[in-house]
Design a protein around this ligand. Structure first.
Ligand SMILES: [Zn+2]
Length: 510
């Protein structure tokens, strides 16, 4: 949590942007008055203050603390419930690892990838910023690759992990796939796009977990069955410019919590996916001429979705032995405050040590602080791993038949393209016919009405490989022909992207 911003709002008169002095001040007051909960009180003030003020495009900020504060505001009993949840995590991790050792880690063999749906809520200008529908497609596809790699110990930047941390580089075994059948049985590319009004140009309500973005009745998009799909809304946060993402996790829903149908992740629309061009629009970081452009915001938020906490324990800079919190897991070392930037590693084989590295004279961070952990606040390029305990907690939620997210792994049919291939929400005037179907070579795409908003036609095989791509400039024609005679027999997908939606048709080449 960025203390300088809290200082600004709370009016405490000491130097901003100097965390060391901040800690000295807090420690002084803490010692002088011996009020055990003082820092928590101050911290709560900070949480509510930053909801109403935050510099645009600042350092990484996720909504985990906001969500916790909102739950406690609903009912003070949540404060204890949340602590109990965190206190249970180590036993959850230990139990999973013990079962794995006993070769019983998965109580079922029928676990498949989690179907993911991205709901974009953007203005026309924001859609253009993203590169139009083709840009959204690239960002969604690259985002899926990032989370599958990060959750399975396959991220290529793992070569950066120092040797001391290598034994703590873990895989969850959780996999994700784009949903290709929507709740009504129609085909979907795994994302939908709703154009929202230029004013306000996004959604507000961080303390309600952006509830209004999650319902069509308030201008957003309804979730798809949260027990079958992982819902990810991508939009602009008009009340909280520095926020990159916010997660509604299952243990925070239900009686006394957030509505069940609001489970999922809300992301800033410009941190989704992985950059392919220097011209791509992504949110810049404050300090390092860097960007949140490697897809790590979703990796981080999915950690919360699967119930793990920030590595430093969200306590504003204290150590566990000095009134602070920890993240409830033993293999993430005790840590002072959140880490930003891309820190230089200063320990041989490790990262660097922070203010919590010594408890008395005992070294607590033999290989440094967990600045490289996905559950820290470092820049995208500086985070590379989940630890075994973190991975075990998440796997327990997803892969165990009694895990709270297990149902998401039970619908492999949603990953397949539906026989009903029309995308449901495309305006009727874009209706088209692909014929002949089946075909032995040339297919004709005939548009029933004007095609002024047609931007692109692509043909992919069932593995997602693009075999034909035609960027349309100017007014579209009413008929296009594509020659597939040189390709293998089988099923192909023709996708027509328009400024306000897309249509996909399945064709058979015989
Ligand atoms: Zn977070």
């Amino acid at each position: 949590m960025p203390l300088p911003n809290c200082e600004y709002k709370s009016g405490i008169d000491f130097v901003t942007n100097n965390k060391e002095q901040t800690h000295i001040f807090y420690n002084f007051v803490y010692t002088l008055l011996n009020i055990h909960n003082l820092k928590r009180i101050l911290y709560s003030v900070c949480i509510f203050s930053i909801i109403s003020w935050y510099p645009a495009l600042a350092q990484r900020q996720c909504g985990f603390e906001i969500t916790k504060a909102a739950l406690i505001a609903k009912d003070p009993a949540w404060a204890q419930k949340l602590q109990n949840q965190k206190a249970s995590l180590q036993s959850v991790a230990d139990s999973y690892k013990k079962n794995l050792l006993a070769n019983k880690g998965r109580k079922t063999t029928a676990v498949s990838a989690i179907p993911v749906i991205f709901h974009y809520l953007v203005t026309n200008a924001q859609l253009l910023q993203l590169g139009g529908i083709a840009g959204v497609q690239q960002r969604v596809d690259s985002q899926m690759a990032v989370i599958n790699r990060d959750f399975n110990r396959q991220n290529l930047d793992s070569v950066l992990i120092p040797s001391g941390w290598k034994p703590l580089f873990a895989s969850t075994g959780i996999r994700f796939g784009l949903a290709h059948t929507d709740p009504s049985g129609h085909g979907t590319p795994g994302y939908d796009i709703k154009i929202i009004p230029n004013s306000p140009g996004g959604f507000s309500g961080a303390s309600s977990n952006y509830s209004n973005a999650k319902h069509a009745s308030t201008g957003g998009t309804d979730s798809w069955d949260v027990n079958k799909y992982l819902n990810i809304w991508c939009t602009n946060f008009t009340d909280f410019g520095g926020l990159l993402g916010l997660t509604t996790y299952k243990s925070g829903t239900g009686i006394g919590g957030f509505p069940l149908d609001e489970e999922g992740v809300v992301l800033n629309y410009a941190v989704v996916g992985k950059r392919v061009s220097s011209a791509d629009y992504y949110i810049p970081t404050t300090y390092h001429s860097d960007y949140y452009d490697q897809g790590r915001t979703l990796t981080h938020e999915l950690g919360h979705f699967f119930e793990i906490w920030h590595t430093w324990g969200d306590d504003g800079g204290f150590c566990p032995w000095n009134g602070g919190f920890d993240d409830g897991l033993s293999d993430t070392p005790p840590e002072g405050d959140s880490k930003y930037f891309a820190y230089p590693y200063t320990i041989a084989g490790g990262t660097y040590r922070d203010s919590c590295h010594l408890n008395g004279s005992v070294e607590q961070q033999p290989y440094g602080a967990a600045s490289l952990d996905f559950m820290n606040y470092t820049d995208d390029v500086a985070m590379q791993l989940f630890t075994p305990d973190q991975a075990a907690v998440m796997a327990s939620m997803v892969l165990m038949s009694d895990g709270e997210n297990y149902s998401l792994t039970q619908h492999p049919e949603l990953l397949n393209w539906s026989p009903i291939t029309g995308v449901n929400d495309v305006p009727a005037n874009y209706s088209l016919v692909v014929s002949p179907n089946p075909t032995s070579g040339v297919v004709y795409i005939t548009f029933n009405q004007n095609t002024d908003e047609l931007q692109e036609i692509t043909v992919t095989d069932i593995f997602g490989k693009t075999i034909y791509n035609n960027h349309i400039s100017g007014s579209g024609k009413s008929i296009y022909s594509i020659d597939l005679s040189g390709y293998s027999k089988g099923i192909y997908l023709v996708r027509c992207n328009f400024a306000s939606g897309s249509i996909t048709r399945k064709i058979s080449l015989q």
